[in-house]
Design a protein around this ligand. Structure first.
Ligand SMILES: [Zn+2]
Length: 220
């Protein structure tokens, strides 16, 4: 017998609106998050950009990534804020192969829209020179980097929709990898004080995961 939830899911998919706005919207997946499979899409032109919407993901691949060190076990979530005011601008920065190339695995907009930038099996370039509480360096090798669109000025807030998307991604990463800690970029940045993100983040919101969390400046 076909389970009821499967029927409901099928109905939901079948009744999803067909996007009118060409290739970009056509790749937006409906419903349950995170669905992070292909197709990867190119960076849309400015006129075609549309944030995917709450808990929806598009994958716009960043060239700024490489292989993790062989044998690396992904066990850390690094939370960042962009210091950039939109999902589109952040995605565009992650497309740049500049002298200081950067990326993250995921970027979350204020409305809970998600762009995946790098496969979780690859190394994104988000942490820079870094060390975790256990003294391990080069945190990019063993972490998932998640960027939150936020001005990082200590005043800009993190809306509930954005926090829910973050929690959803963390939950999914825990299913995929043996995640053992959640850290701020500020905490792992070397030298201490090099980064302050994510400024004014409500860490208590992530406490229910029951994982050690390290944030603020590492004084040790
Ligand atoms: Zn950061």
């Amino acid at each position: 017998m076909v389970p009821v939830w499967l029927i409901l899911a099928a109905v939901q998919v079948a009744s999803s609106p067909v996007p009118a706005n060409g290739g970009f919207n056509a790749t937006v997946r409906q419903g349950i998050m995170p669905i992070v499979s292909d197709p990867k899409i190119p960076m849309p032109a400015e006129k075609d950009w549309k944030d995917p919407g709450y808990l929806k993901i598009v994958w716009i691949q960043s060239p700024n990534c490489d292989q993790r060190k062989p044998g690396s076990i992904v066990d850390t979530i690094v939370v960042h804020s962009t210091a950039i005011d939109s999902l589109e601008k952040t995605t565009e920065v992650f497309q740049r192969e500049s002298s200081n190339p950067v990326s993250a695995h995921f970027t979350i907009g204020k409305d809970g829209s998600i762009v995946q930038n790098v496969s979780t099996f690859d190394r994104a370039w988000h942490a820079g020179v870094s060390k975790d509480a256990g003294g391990r360096t080069s945190v990019n090798h063993f972490s998932i980097g998640i960027e939150l669109v936020n001005l990082d000025d200590g005043k800009d807030g993190y809306p509930e929709a954005q926090l829910q998307a973050l929690c959803g991604i963390i939950a999914e990463m825990r299913r995929r990898f043996p995640i053992k800690q959640i850290v701020s970029h500020e905490f792992i940045a070397i030298p201490p004080g090099r980064k302050i993100d994510p400024a004014a983040f409500p860490w208590k919101r992530l406490a229910y995961f029951g994982l050690p969390m390290y944030y603020g400046q590492n004084k040790s």
